[in-house]
Structures are given as structure tokens and as C-alpha cells.
Design a protein around this ligand. Structure first.
Ligand SMILES: Cc1cc2nc3c(=O)[nH]c(=O)nc-3n(C[C@H](O)[C@H](O)[C@H](O)COP(=O)(O)O)c2cc1C
Length: 202
């Protein structure tokens, strides 16, 4: 098992490093929350986006997410993410008032796979994937440097999936572990200048 994890880590590092070095330190600008909506939703479905949290100890962790919504609630632009209690991310986000959602570059897709398979409880996933954090402009949770689009979100509400109100055709909870929904007011959306080009090639 340890050997397998080491091999995965090594493969992840090699695949990402070459392209990623070029994209570090790209200047970010601010865009409207709808600018990259279509690209963001497409990547949410495949291969997933990176939800980044940092707990009270400060170390950031990234977890792959495939479920989220973006829209308007309480007159605010809101991104809602769903996190199961079994995730390390759940422990971290419960200690925090913010999160970021980072849209990966195509060459980061192996990292998305890795962050969806391994837990930050067992090691530093960002280091394993040669990803570095980017301080956010409006929230405490950092983003991931080089991601073409980053949503900075302040948690304004949370609630748990209630099994008694869930439609019978939703079969996502055979063992419980009901998601907690975190409603994040989108305080900033940062993007690199060539985000459209990068994501168009995704
Ligand atoms: C494509 C994909 C989408 C996922 N979406 C979610 C999600 O929306 N919510 C969730 O709680 N887990 C989701 N997961 C599972 C977590 O990413 C996975 O359990 C991860 O290892 C948790 O990392 P952590 O323990 O460091 O938080 C997804 C996994 C994959 C591969």
C-alpha cells in the first residue's frame, strides 16, 4: 500500500511539474462571478474542482469536489459546496470561516485525481502534487497558485442534508455520512489573463 502511494505521488509530481513551473506567479485580475461559469461547471462534472480549506493550525488542504452550486441567495452571489463529515476537509472547514474553489489547469488533472483519492489526514497533498498556495485577497483560506480561476468564499450559512426530506431517488447515502452544505458568499473571483484560452483547451 505504501509503495502504491509513493508511486502515485511520484507520477503526480512528474506530470504536473513541467507545465506548472511556467504558470507560477501569473498575475491575477478580478472578474465577475459569471465570467467563467460555463467552464467552471463543465470541469465540476469532469474531472472536478479543488476545494481548499485551512483549519486553525493554518496548513491548507485541497479536496476534489464534483458537487457544488453557484447562484444568488439572500441578494448575494453564493457558491455552495457539499462536504461529508468523514472528510479531513470537514474538520478543517469547521474551524474556519472561508474556503476557496479553484478551477484546475488541464495539466493539473492528475492532482485533481490525487486529491480526490487521498486524504490530507494522511499527508500533505499539496506538497505531494507540487502545488503551492496563493494567499487570497478577501478571505483567510488560500487558493492554489496557477489555477486559472479561483473563487474566494466567506461562509455565510451551513446546514446538513436531512434524510427525512430527501427525495427517494437520491441514493447517495447508503451508510449515512450525510453532506454538510456550506454556503460561501463569493467575495472575489480571481483569474489569470489567459484563463479563457487555458480552459478552452481543457
Ligand atoms: C470526482 C470526485 C468528486 C468528489 N466530490 C466530492 C464532494 O463534492 N464532496 C465530498 O465530500 N467528497 C467528494 N469527493 C471525495 C473526496 O474528494 C475524497 O474523499 C478526498 O480524499 C477527501 O480528502 P480530504 O480527506 O483531504 O478532505 C469527490 C471525489 C472525486 C474523485
Amino acid at each position: 500500500m505504501l509503495y502504491y502511494i509513493q508511486q502515485m505521488t511520484h507520477r503526480c509530481l512528474l506530470t504536473i511539474r513541467a507545465h506548472y513551473e511556467e504558470e507560477r506567479n501569473m498575475p491575477y485580475g478580478t472578474v465577475a462571478y459569471t465570467t467563467y461559469l460555463k467552464e467552471t461547471l463543465a470541469l465540476l462534472e469532469d474531472p472536478g474542482l479543488l476545494l481548499v480549506t485551512a483549519g486553525s493550525a493554518g496548513r491548507a488542504n485541497a479536496m476534489t469536489i464534483g458537487w457544488a452550486t453557484i447562484g444568488v441567495v439572500w441578494g448575494k452571489h453564493v457558491m455552495t459546496v457539499l462536504v461529508r463529515p468523514s472528510r479531513h476537509t470537514y474538520t478543517l472547514i469547521e474551524q474556519s470561516d472561508s474556503f476557496t474553489v479553484c478551477v484546475p489547469r488541464p495539466d493539473m488533472h492528475p492532482a485533481v485525481e490525487y486529491c480526490g483519492e487521498y486524504s490530507g489526514r494522511d499527508g500533505d497533498k499539496l506538497a505531494a502534487c507540487n502545488l503551492t498556495v496563493l494567499p487570497s485577497t478577501r478571505v483567510r483560506a488560500p487558493g492554489i497558485d496557477g489555477c486559472p480561476v479561483i473563487y474566494e468564499c466567506r461562509i455565510v450559512h451551513k446546514n446538513d442534508v436531512n434524510p427525512t426530506s430527501l427525495a427517494k431517488d437520491i441514493t447517495a447515502y447508503p451508510t449515512g455520512n450525510y453532506h454538510r452544505l456550506y454556503y460561501g458568499e463569493i467575495l472575489a473571483v480571481r483569474a489569470v489573463p489567459n484563463a479563457a484560452e487555458i480552459l478552452g483547451n481543457a
